[in-house]
Structures are given as structure tokens and as C-alpha cells.
Design a protein around this ligand. Structure first.
Ligand code: 5AD
Ligand code: SF4
Length: 473
């Protein structure tokens, strides 16, 4: 069974790309991992535009290939080296024709492995960490002059200050929904997780920078913004009257005319403060969907994971949120087979899933990550036990996901029309609960929010019919 249970667009889907100029150099970016990498890939494209690079979706026609990598689990990191093996052959073939192909590794594997990548993969020209990708053009120049570059410093300068603003046409080409990174890094140090090491400590972008970027996005036609952060609800910054938390920021963003929908991900239960819960009560723009990982339902394991909350505290939190926003769809992350996890601990995880009723979830086998405290624990769980537990957990989560989808049938909902569907005359939209919904509509209506009635469910999406005339404005 697939490790990833999800109704949503795969996180590694590349951002829409454009290729309006034909004489320039072309960059192909393969994005692995989370939405933050998707956002970063877009910003790297912006950074390279000044050097005449345009993005392409055809790897074969690229002069520069970047692998924007993920280090969260072993499988994710392994993918990078196998991809680099294939790229080495491509580079050789290109060189035989007297043509250039530059190869870069960016993202979390770059940060974690740095020099090691150059050693293991001679075809790689540049290795750039997540905090320094604004220096990518300069690194490529140095590499072209014969000096392979590793730049994984935590840059003193704010990379966002140095990145060019995204052009309006590019924003438009990327669609009517957009990611906006507001926070990076993590200070939580869950014992299984590499993020505090690869992405560094928690840093929040200032209010004004975020508001400016949000306004630019909306100005270019974006209707829905998802605020991103490894620990997005730990975002804190100086506002007008003292320090703001994410709740304050959401209230302000909701005032931007034309911005119809807001979301945020990923959150830590410890950082769900009162203001953020109130925002779910008050803001119609804030969608009724919350990704709130719990990882395990066993207090023993939660303690060993250094999650710093109990299962009961998590359940109380979910209850508080549901009290103010009864239609909220809950999403979560789970790890099975953390060192020392017994059958009883795993049963506790199944129980918390039963108690919460998730609309969607991601679940993983524990993967030992070098350098994390979990890697040093002696009582590792055998692979076959992890596999069996994952299968049981995923069966339950899939059932809850299907139940949630079925409970939507018959409802009239607001649908944000996002992109053309597979069939002519069909458009795919997003429900408030982040489900993909197919409906008959015109592509000229993309960006509109329309009323539709859900009439059926498919494996990964819903089907709807117009609940009002979709002739549109
Ligand atoms: N093994 C398995 N899953 C992990 N995650 C993070 N680190 C690990 C690991 N070492 C999962 C957690 C986290 C999600 C992004 O990835 O569930 O919430
Ligand atoms: Fe990793 Fe825990 Fe930080 Fe999330 S909160 S990024 S799981 S250390």
C-alpha cells in the first residue's frame, strides 16, 4: 500500500511553469517533499529569471536541472541519489554534443549532506541550502567558471529581501491558489525529526513583508492563499500594537479585498493559541480545514517523541476548535513503529483516530534519521511490524476519509474553480475542506467561487453539479 494517504494534490506536484520566451536558457525544477519546497521552487524560478532563465516542464530541453529535495524520511533522500545517477548520463550525452547541462541540488538534502553530495555525485555543479537559494545565480556563475559550489550557510541576510518579487504574469500562470511562506524552521525537536537540523530554528517573516506579498498575489488574481511554515502557528512578529501571533495575522489578511480564502499549514498542537481558535470562529475566509498532526495516540510514545502534549490534551483542543467551527475537517500526520512502540501503544493510536474522525491524514512508518535522538534508541520496531501497523492504520484512515467524502454528497458548497478538468467542459475546483471537485463549467470561470451540489464521490475527488447558473459574472 502507498505510504501516503491523501485526497489532496500530491505535495511534490511542480508549480505551474511558463515558457513564454524561447531564446533564453531553460531551467527544470523537480520538487520533492512538502509545500514549502513547492513555494521555494517558485521563488528559485524568480531568482533565476534575472539571468535569463525561463522554467520548462520538459527535463530534456533544460540547460539547468535543479532537484529541490526532501530529507524527512530515508525514502525521500534515497530518491535524490538515484535521480542524480540518471542525470549524470544525461549530462554526459549533452557534453558529447558540445552542450551544457548544469545540475543543482537544493532543499533539505542539500542542507543536510552538503559536500557529501559533490563527493558522491560528480555531475552536480551546485549544492544550495533552503536559506541561500537567493544566491543561486551567483553560485551558477562560479560553477560555470569551474568551481563547484556548496552554499549551505544560514545566510545572515534575509533571503526574502534579496529575492526579486514574482512577476504578475508568473503569479497568474501559477494559478488562482498560492502558497506564501511566513515561517521557517522549528524549535520543537521532536525526537524523530530532522527539520530542526535541516531548516534551523524558528524564524518568522515580518508582517509588512507578508502583507505586501499577499497583496501582490491577490492583485495578480490569486483567490486563495495558504500560509506555510514548518511550524506555521508558531509564527510571531511585531504588529501594530505589540506582538502578533498567527491569529492576528489572519484577521489582517482577511481584510484584503479580493482574497476569498485563507489556509495555513503545518501546525503544532502546542501553538494553537486562543486568538487562532477565535479566527476559526470569526473569519469566513479562513477555511474549515485544519492539519494538526498528533503522530501517536499513546502518551508514552508522545513523551518519547518529545511532542510535549498528551492524547487527552490533543482531544480537548480538537473539541475546542470544533465548538467554534463545527464543520471543520481535521487532518493529521501519524508515525507508526516509533522505537519502543508496543501493540498497546499502537491500539492507542487507532483509538485517537476513532475519537477524532479525520477527513484526511498522512501516515508513515518510522524512518530512522541520522543525527536525531530517535536514531540512538535501542528498541527499534521490526519492519514487518511497522508494515502491518501501517496497513491497519491506513485502512482506518481511508475509511474515515471515504466516510467524510460520502457525508458531503447532497450538500451545496462553495467551490473555487481552479483549473481545467480532464474532460472538455469540466473544471476542477476546491471545496472548503480541500477536496478536489469536478464540475461542468467554463475555463473562463477559473478564479470564481460558485455554488455547486455534490452528487458523487470518486477515489480521489468528488463530483458536483451547478447549484446555480454558472454563466458567471
Ligand atoms: N519517520 C517517519 N515519519 C516522519 N515524519 C517526520 N519525521 C519522520 C520520520 N523520521 C512525518 C511526521 C511529520 C511529517 C511531515 O512527516 O508525521 O508530521
Ligand atoms: Fe519536525 Fe516536530 Fe518540528 Fe514538526 S514540530 S517540524 S515534526 S520537529
Amino acid at each position: 500500500m502507498n505510504e501516503h494517504v491523501s485526497l489532496s494534490v500530491p505535495a511534490d506536484e511542480p508549480p505551474a511553469r511558463q515558457n513564454e520566451r524561447t531564446n533564453s536558457r531553460k531551467v527544470f525544477i523537480k520538487t520533492y517533499g512538502c509545500q514549502m519546497n513547492v513555494y521555494d521552487s517558485g521563488r528559485m524560478t524568480d531568482a533565476l529569471a534575472g539571468d535569463g532563465y525561463v522554467a520548462t516542464e520538459e527535463m530534456g530541453e533544460a540547460d539547468l536541472i535543479l532537484l529541490n529535495t526532501c530529507h524527512i524520511r530515508e525514502k525521500a533522500s534515497d530518491k535524490v541519489y538515484s535521480a542524480l545517477g540518471r542525470l549524470r548520463d544525461m549530462k554526459k550525452a549533452r557534453a558529447a554534443e558540445g552542450k551544457e547541462l548544469m545540475i543543482g541540488v537544493t532543499g533539505c538534502v542539500a542542507q543536510a549532506e552538503g559536500e557529501e553530495i559533490l563527493r558522491r555525485a560528480p555531475a552536480v555543479d551546485v549544492v544550495i541550502g533552503p536559506q541561500t537559494y537567493h544566491r543561486l545565480p551567483e553560485a551558477l556563475k562560479r560553477a560555470r567558471a569551474g568551481n563547484r559550489v556548496v552554499d549551505t550557510e544560514y545566510a545572515v541576510e534575509d533571503k526574502f529581501e534579496h529575492l526579486p518579487v514574482t512577476e504578475k504574469a508568473k503569479i497568474r500562470a501559477r494559478g488562482v491558489t498560492a502558497f506564501l511562506t511566513v515561517q521557517e524552521g522549528c524549535d520543537k525537536f521532536c525526537t524523530f525529526c530532522v527539520v530542526p537540523y535541516t531548516r534551523g530554528s524558528e524564524v518568522s517573516r515580518p508582517v509588512q513583508q507578508i502583507l505586501d506579498e499577499a497583496r501582490r498575489l491577490v492583485d495578480a488574481g490569486v483567490r486563495e492563499i495558504t500560509l506555510l511554515g514548518q511550524n506555521v502557528n508558531a509564527w510571531r512578529s511585531e504588529g501594530e500594537k505589540g506582538e502578533w501571533s498567527l491569529g492576528d495575522l489572519l484577521y489582517r489578511l482577511a481584510e484584503i479585498p479580493g482574497l476569498a480564502r485563507l489556509r495555513y499549514t503545518t501546525s503544532h498542537p502546542r501553538d494553537m493559541d486562543d486568538k487562532l481558535i477565535e479566527a476559526h470562529r470569526d473569519l469566513r475566509a479562513l477555511m474549515p480545514y485544519l492539519h494538526l498532526p498528533v503522530q501517536s495516540g499513546s502518551d508514552r510514545i508522545l513523551k518519547a517523541m518529545n511532542r510535549r502534549h498528551t492524547a487527552a490534551e490533543y482531544l480537548r483542543l480538537v473539541e475546542r476548535i470544533r465548538t467554534v467551527r463545527p464543520d471543520i475537517a481535521m487532518s493529521g500526520d501519524f508515525i507508526v513503529g516509533f522505537p519502543g512502540e508496543t501493540d498497546q501503544d499502537f491500539e492507542d493510536t487507532l483509538r485517537i483516530v476513532e475519537d477524532v474522525h479525520y477527513a484526511q491524514a498522512f501516515s508513515f512508518k518510522y524512518s530512522t534519521r541520522p543525527g536525531t535522538p530517535g536514531a540512538d534508541l535501542s528498541d527499534q520496531v521490526p519492519e514487518d511490524v511497522k508494515a502491518e501497523r501501517l496497513e491497519r492504520l491506513q485502512a482506518l484512515l481511508l475509511k474515515q476519509q471515504a466516510d467524510f467524502a460520502k457525508s458531503c454528497v447532497g450538500k451545496v458548497i462553495d467551490l473555487l474553480l481552479e483549473k481545467p478538468g480532464r474532460m472538455p467542459g469540466q473544471v476542477i475546483g476546491r471545496s472548503p475542506w480541500l477536496q478536489s471537485v469536478n464540475v461542468d463549467a467554463k475555463t473562463s470561470q477559473i478564479g470564481d467561487i460558485v455554488k455547486v451540489r455534490i452528487i458523487g464521490t470518486g477515489p480521489n475527488s468528488l463530483f458536483a453539479e451547478p447549484a446555480e447558473s454558472l454563466i458567471g459574472p
